[in-house]
Unconditional design. Structure first.
Length: 132
């Protein structure tokens, strides 16, 4: 279990025995992850939601659905603002750490629902914000 505490939000990643196992190309089995997200402001609960790979299935191709898990989610400070909290999410094979990325947009004002969009400009270099 990995816990992340952000200003006004919490994220906890767990492998969940209740979720299906997937096998990689050599037959190794892995349990899918569930990410529990809680967002609050000044003690007021804004959103509490669990995310699994199924939450992103409408955006995945048949190939991307096979042998992959929800690798994780992270706070996206560059896309977040006073109106919207943005989380990045990635689906992929264990050990390869590549696959489609998504943006989960959570409105901070009003009672709107979250939205999921496929990240067409995902940065997989691992050096975002790093200079030469």
């Amino acid at each position: 279990e990995i816990g992340v505490r952000l200003v006004g939000s919490e994220m906890c990643i767990r492998d969940s025995a209740s979720l299906p196992q997937v096998a990689d190309e050599v037959g190794n089995k892995y349990t899918d992850n569930r990410v529990d997200v809680t967002v609050s402001c000044e003690g007021k609960l804004l959103m509490q939601r669990s995310f699994t790979k199924d939450c992103f299935s409408d955006f995945l191709t048949a190939t991307e659905r096979t042998g992959t898990i929800l690798l994780g989610m992270a706070y996206d400070s560059e896309r977040s603002n006073a109106q919207t909290l943005c989380l990045g999410a990635q689906i992929g094979q264990v050990g390869i750490e590549e696959g489609p990325a998504f943006i989960v947009e959570i409105p901070l004002q009003g009672k709107g629902s979250f939205s999921i969009v496929r990240d067409q400009a995902q940065d997989t270099t691992g050096d975002a914000g790093m200079g030469d």
